[in-house]
Design a protein around this ligand. Structure first.
Ligand code: SF4
Length: 138
């Protein structure tokens, strides 16, 4: 899954940072975020598509979070546990082309089961950060 090897590597690093450092501070942004930093320049950007904005807005409302605000990742996962169940993905993310892979439902299930984020293969070099931070578009 992913748009390019570089995109996958960046996503893997961010995912690992959040998994291993739940205290990571995450600032919610509108439009491209840290995941999009490695989006291939040869492909059309879709971060401002209406369907993306609608999905992001619906999830923000459900979680009670706002763009421009910064949260600990652990706070966001707690809000997911409190306000979202796996079956919500079918409606909240109705228009998402990635939904059919099933990994997002699985991710929500894991949070509810206290398992946290799934461990990803050790395919990339890890960069250590003494003050972990990330910008995410939710
Ligand atoms: S299905 Fe997954 S990737 Fe798609 S919008 Fe929902 S959470 Fe994001």
């Amino acid at each position: 899954m992913g748009y390019s090897p570089e995109y996958v590597q960046n996503m893997t690093q961010l995912h690992r940072r959040l998994r291993e450092h739940p205290e990571t501070l995450v600032t919610l942004v509108v439009g491209p975020d840290d995941l999009c930093a490695k989006f291939p320049e040869t492909q059309p950007c879709h971060c401002h598509d209406a369907t993306v904005m609608q999905r992001d807005s619906a999830v923000r409302q459900r979680l009670g979070v706002q763009t421009g605000e910064t949260y600990h990742w652990s706070d966001i996962t707690q809000r997911i546990q409190n306000h979202i169940v796996a079956s919500d993905i079918a409606t909240l993310c109705r228009t998402c082309s990635w939904r059919s892979y099933g990994v997002c439902e699985e991710g929500v299930e894991r949070l509810h089961n206290g398992e946290g984020l799934v461990e990803v293969p050790d395919a990339v070099d890890e960069t250590t950060h003494s003050t972990p931070k990330a910008k995410m578009n939710i």
